[in-house]
Design a protein around this ligand. Structure first.
Ligand SMILES: Nc1ncnc2c1ncn2[C@@H]1O[C@H](COP(=O)(O)OP(=O)(O)OP(=O)(O)O)[C@@H](O)[C@H]1O
Ligand SMILES: [Mg+2]
Length: 265
């Protein structure tokens, strides 16, 4: 794997030699991840693309502490201040159906025991930037799919975790909703500079959002390539991005790399 030129002190997430074997009573053990290592810099937006089943979600679940690796380790540098280490946004909506929008977004802050004035301020801010203020009293079943994903994103950012982990959060949205949410995510990210690991099936989406794109091999998953996206942020809008020469070059490189894996993406 190509190494990125970063100051050692700026590494936020360090993933080292992850291996994951799933055991089952009904089939032979499955090697899902084989020696996966990568670093994500502080405040960096890291996208992961790879063939279906190559272990992307497994990596994210291990980084989130929701699953344990068979071997290897994950370190998230903790800046202190009692923040939760990570917040996760899943592909399928993961908000609480019994809580209204406001309570869903407030949840992480309440768990952390923040004061009611801090909670009020943070929640209102994130409802505003995700365009949900008018729906603060609505329940999830009254919202569209795009709105529910907005609630998930607002909730994760409002919780102010050390790192943000997103597993194909816009995968189920239509094209227009996806563009709008990508823009909103980028504007929140620019403002808050969270370290983000973002999984996607879409090469376009990875180039639009990422500072770095990790390309995975087919199962057992490994990091094949680590590519820096040098397209200036101001050129990454819907109108200009696809005609940018570096977009075409990167797209071709990632596409060929995935094609070598011989699978659908
Ligand atoms: N809890 C589990 N028990 C057994 N096998 C599992 C488990 N979770 C994942 N796997 C297997 O591990 C492999 C990697 O799964 P994972 O969900 O990480 O892939 P993925 O890259 O996220 O795929 P997709 O792009 O389709 O979401 C798959 O073969 C899957 O069947
Ligand atoms: Mg997955």
């Amino acid at each position: 794997m190509e190494t990125l030129n970063r100051e050692a002190g700026n590494i936020k997430i360090r993933v080292q030699n992850l291996r994951k074997v799933f055991h089952s009573r009904f089939r032979s053990p499955l090697l899902a991840l084989d020696d996966v290592s990568f670093d994500v810099g502080e405040g960096e937006f890291c996208c992961i693309v790879g063939p279906s089943g190559c272990g992307k979600s497994t990596i994210l679940r291990i980084v989130a502490g929701l699953a344990t690796p068979t071997s290897g380790q994950v370190d998230i540098s903790d800046n202190g201040g009692g923040k939760m280490l990570s917040a996760m946004v899943f592909q399928e909506t993961s908000i609480f159906p019994w809580m209204n929008v406001w309570k869903n977004v407030a949840y992480g802050l309440q768990v952390r025991g923040e004061s009611s004035s801090t909670i009020e301020k943070q929640v209102n801010y994130f409802l505003e930037v995700t365009g949900l203020s008018r729906f603060r009293d609505s329940f999830p079943h009254q919202l569209s799919g795009g709105m529910k994903q907005r609630v998930s994103v607002a909730r994760a950012f409002a919780a102010d975790p050390e790192v943000m982990l997103m597993d194909e959060p816009f995968g189920s949205l239509d094209e227009q909703n996806k563009y709008v949410l990508q823009e909103e995510l980028l504007s929140i990210w620019k403002e808050n500079r969270k370290t983000v690991v973002f999984i996607t099936h879409s090469i376009d989406e990875a180039i639009k959002l990422g500072d770095v794109i990790l390309v995975m091999s087919r199962q057992p998953g490994n990091i094949k390539e680590s590519l820096e996206v040098r397209i200036p942020r101001q050129d990454r809008n819907v109108e200009n991005l696809r005609s940018h020469p570096e977009f075409q070059q990167l797209f071709g490189q990632i596409w060929n790399s995935l094609k070598e894996e011989g699978v659908r993406v």
